[in-house]
Each structure stands twice: as C-alpha cells, then as structure tokens.
Design a protein around this ligand. Structure first.
Ligand code: SAM
Length: 187
C-alpha cells in the first residue's frame, strides 16, 4: 500500500485546516518595481494573495498550484476584490510550467531548484522573475520550514542564470524569517 502523502493531499489538508498564507513581503515594500500591465504567472501561488495584488495593479494574472482548495480560495479572494484571475491546477514536480511567454513570473515561498531554468525560459523578452525564499539561517530562530525547503544562504543569485538582477535583499525580515528576495530581468 502506498502511504506517501501527495503534495496535493498535504496542502489541501493545510488549507482546509485554515492556513491562509500571508502577503509576500516583496509586494508590500517593493510593489513599485513591478510592471502595471502584461501577462503574469504566480507559481505555487496558493490562496492568491500575490495574484490579487498583481491583478489589482493591472496585470493579467494566472496562478498555478497543486492544491485545488487553495485555487478555490484564490478565485474567491479575486471575486471579493473585484479583479479577475485565471487558476491552473498543476503538479509542478511532474507537469510542465504553464506556457508563456510571461512578462512577469513570481515564485514566493515554493522551492524547487529544478524549476528555475523553466521559469527563465518562459519569460518574455525583458520579462521579470520575482522570487522570495527562506534561507538556511532561518533555522537559527525557526523550526519551519524544514531543511529541504530552504535555500543556502547566498544561493539565490546562482539560480537566476543570465538574468539581470534589479533588486536583491537577503536577511531577517519583518515577519521574523530569514529570506532571500530577488527581482531579475531577462535582457
Ligand atoms: C508555502 S506555500 C506558498 C504560497 C504562496 N506562494 C505564498 O507565498 O503565500 C507553498 C505552495 O506551494 C504549493 N505546492 C506544493 N507542492 C506543489 C507542487 N508539487 N506543485 C504545485 N504547487 C505546489 C502548495 O499548494 C502551496 O500553495
């Protein structure tokens, strides 16, 4: 009997138990760095906080995630905020990234190093990739996320290939986590 819990079951359970996620910090302080129009993909966007902020800014946003519960929450959030978003249920460990080209790809708090080449490839010319991920130093103050979901300190730039980094910050954030944040552009 296969007792392994799939990502879909695990995350559906977490969202059904009331997990709401938070507003990705980059979109709080640095929203002015993001475009106001074009096609955006929020990778593993969960219940849609980022997607709704970006849609309200003027982008045409698609959010993909393995959890159908999260995507329903995202659709309801968009409706409450009177913006339109598209949702795609997909398992990013086995399915390809939704086809671009995308003017903006965001990936907040979901680590799969293998996804970076695809995210870079699916950017439109001059398209931007925005990433926030928790780094190993976070373990000094927090038990979660566990090690397999953490970037090494200083690792994020090496995952960005030939993109031009327009914004980078790494350190302790206001939410008490140690994160690396980058906004980088295809040139
Ligand atoms: C920590 S949450 C981050 C959600 C959102 N990006 C944020 O910053 O609040 C991780 C998200 O990854 C999604 N996820 C986990 N495994 C996945 C997979 N194999 N394919 C697609 N999405 C996945 C989960 O459903 C969850 O919404």
């Amino acid at each position: 009997m296969n007792t392994e819990v799939s990502d879909r079951e695990r995350w559906n359970g977490r969202y059904a138990d009331g997990e709401e996620g938070g507003t990705p910090l980059m979109l709080g302080r640095n929203l002015h760095l993001f475009p106001r129009s074009g096609l955006a993909l929020d990778v593993a966007g969960g219940p849609g906080q980022a997607a709704v902020i970006l849609a309200a800014r003027g982008l045409d946003v698609t959010v993909c995630d393995v959890s159908d519960v999260a995507l329903r929450m995202a659709a309801e959030r968009a409706e409450r905020s009177k913006v339109s978003i598209t949702t795609i249920e997909t398992d990013l460990t086995s399915d390809p990234l939704p086809n671009g080209p995308w003017d903006l790809i965001t990936c907040f708090n979901y680590l799969d190093r293998k996804l970076f080449p695809a995210m870079i490839e699916q950017l439109a010319p001059h398209g931007q990739l925005a990433v926030t991920l928790v780094t190993r130093s976070n373990l000094e103050r927090n038990e979660h996320p566990t090690e397999r979901f953490l970037l090494d300190d200083g690792e994020l730039p090496s995952l960005l290939g030939d993109l031009a980094i327009e914004y980078y910050d790494e350190g302790w954030k206001l939410d008490g986590r140690h994160c690396a944040e980058a906004l980088a552009r295809r040139v």
